[in-house]
Design a protein around this ligand. Sequence first.
Ligand code: PGA
Length: 269
Amino acid sequence: MPTKTAPQRRPVIGGNWKMNTTLKPAEALALAVGRAAMQPPLHKAVEVVVFPPFVYLAHVALTLCHANSDLAVGAQDCWPEPPGAFTGEISVAQIKDVGGRCVLTGHSERRHVIGEDDALVCRKTRAALAGGLSCILCVGETLAQREAGETDAVNERQVRAGLEGVAAADMKRVVIAYEPVWAIGTGRNASPDDAQAAHQRIRAVVADMFTPDIAAALRIQYGGSVKPDNAASLFAMPDIDGALVGGASLKAEDFLAICNAAASAAAQR
Ligand code: PGA
């Protein structure tokens, strides 16, 4: 049984720019998205957040502020300790200070390329929430895990470990992104039915960890090769509440087409 019930979940679309852009193109991209986010059909209907590289975060946030856009800006990572001797790292307080409102934790590139484990992902998630930010916790299986039939077990482990110790009251500021690792940046994406099945299982895990109401209100994004031409079929699924977009977030036109698809899907629910 799909778990789509009241309350209505406002779709959330994230644009993860990864280690791309330079200053001026970052500014232009943010402005194009930021202006559209203030207009129908997006304004109020879809929550949009962009994740520039750290070096551009402050500039992008300030640019959007000057343009009177309430487009949210987030950080692709954080360090979970208070400010101090952590050469090269960025604290939650610093992200907040320059206008960041959200942090991505557990992105597959940080888990599988940089080597972060569940315990560190959890510390980062808790630090972001303790610092007053919202958090998108990313989970998802590798191709080998999927082929071994471990998809649900991996997602469950990453959700339980990533949210361990998170207070129920803070779950309002948590979004989960289900991103199968084999679909990220590859042009392959999970079928809407496969993604729906994974989202439904993740929601059930959250219901078990917290309460059915918290699970029903939780937004779960799909991520992995989301493009303008496959977004609508994913957003038509009852437990898919938006997308975390990598490659297609670097072109305003493509990213906005995905945001608009989320607005249409929400209007039809
Ligand atoms: P992609 O990246 O859209 O390029 O597959 C998604 C992500 O890494 O969040």
